[in-house]
Design a binder for this molecule. Structure first.
Ligand code: NI
Ligand code: MN
Length: 227
């Protein structure tokens, strides 16, 4: 079974597991780093880490067009139902759910989550995804927290961590996060979208290589990485 992860820019990822297409935090049309439009993306599941615009902007339109199931916290799931999204799985921190292609557990994240129209967006989170025999951790937008060692305790094949600074962990804290999570491989996210979160991902990758046992992979937008 194939398992591929493609960066679509910023914090948007496409995870392809067998015939399933799982989209994480779709932000495409107004994303300066994106090379695709929301109307050109298909998915059968959409995972949303939190309510901020740069994570949910294109979720409703893609979910309606593709009849995709959206997995998010309960507040965001309800907000999307109000916009005509028919299939949602509302969950909350610590909870998990079995889906046709694997299992998703919502992890904690230290961040905020207000929705674009000012609605309450519940708690920000991340996702521990088990699919295709792999364990993949999407940290979402977050500060560094020591409980990452608990998330890594079951073993992680891949971790996706923000490095942009300002709104999330920066490169130094992200490096500390790699040490706590101890994944086999790690990919950076949430950087270089706009000047305030510009980062040298190659320098971060060299630090990861030098100081941890994880293999850093700096992705190119639109180029799939085999997991
Ligand atoms: Ni955010
Ligand atoms: Mn963000």
């Amino acid at each position: 079974m194939t398992l591929e992860l493609t960066w679509l820019g910023h914090a948007t990822w496409l995870l392809e597991s067998g015939e399933h297409r799982i989209l994480i935090d779709p932000f495409l049309d107004e994303n300066p780093a994106s090379i695709v439009q929301a109307a050109d993306v298909t998915a059968d599941h959409i995972l949303l880490t939190h309510g901020h615009f740069d994570h949910v902007a294109d979720a409703a339109s893609i979910a309606r067009r593709c009849e995709a199931t959206v997995v998010a916290n309960f507040e965001i799931a309800s907000w999307l139902e109000g916009q005509g999204v028919e299939n949602t799985v509302g969950m909350n921190l610590g909870g998990g759910v079995d889906l046709p292609w694997g299992r998703v557990q919502m992890t904690i994240a230290w961040h905020s989550s207000q929705l674009p129209d000012g609605s309450y967006g519940g708690s920000a989170g991340g996702f521990l995804v088990q699919t295709g025999g792999k364990r993949v951790y999407f940290a979402g937008d977050t500060a560094l927290f020591s409980d990452m060692s608990l998330i890594g305790a079951g073993g992680l094949d891949v971790a996706i961590l923000p490095i942009g600074d300002l709104f999330t962990m920066g490169p130094e804290d992200s490096l500390a996060a790699v040490k706590l999570l101890a994944p086999q491989r790690v990919l950076p996210a949430h950087f270089n979208t706009w000047p305030p979160i510009a980062q040298d991902a190659d320098a971060w990758a060299r630090s990861v290589q030098a100081e941890t046992s994880a293999e850093p992979i700096v992705p190119t937008v639109g180029e799939p990485v085999q997991l």
